[in-house]
Design a protein. Structure first.
Length: 133
């Protein structure tokens, strides 16, 4: 019967199509899911970096004002020694790492090889900026 033959051919073609199409569609969907997850991770990293930079600015500005004034009162010439500068930087580093939200800290640790070194760099950068302005 011709209808049976056409049905068998059609079913074979549908089977072949599905065999090819389903993995392709699944692969495409998995790729899209990965992109969404990656975008979500990037958003979290952006938020953590923003928090870190914002916290660094706030802490360095605050400590530079409060501690620098204390050190200048103590020192004869009114200038900070290297040791006093290191004390400000160390206190800033400790304060910044303490103030960061635990989730932000974990995200940053996963993305940055040496978070302490990176924060130290940010402190130096902020101090340098404050000296110029």
């Amino acid at each position: 019967n011709m209808n049976d033959i056409l049905n068998q051919v059609l079913m074979s073609l549908v089977g072949v199509f599905l065999t090819i199409a389903i993995p392709t569609v699944i692969g495409f969907l998995l790729e899209q899911i990965s992109k969404i997850k990656l975008r979500g991770q990037m958003d979290k990293l952006d938020a953590a970096l923003f928090q870190l930079h914002d916290t660094t600015s706030m802490v360095v500005s605050s400590l530079k004002t409060t501690m620098a004034d204390e050190f200048k009162k103590i020192s004869a010439d009114g200038k900070l020694t290297k040791e006093e500068q290191l004390k400000i930087k160390s206190r800033a580093l400790t304060t910044i790492l303490h103030l960061l939200a635990p989730a932000a800290k974990e995200i940053l640790k996963a993305a940055i090889t040496d978070l302490t070194e990176y924060v130290s760099y940010l402190i130096e950068d902020k101090l340098s900026f404050l000296k110029k302005h």
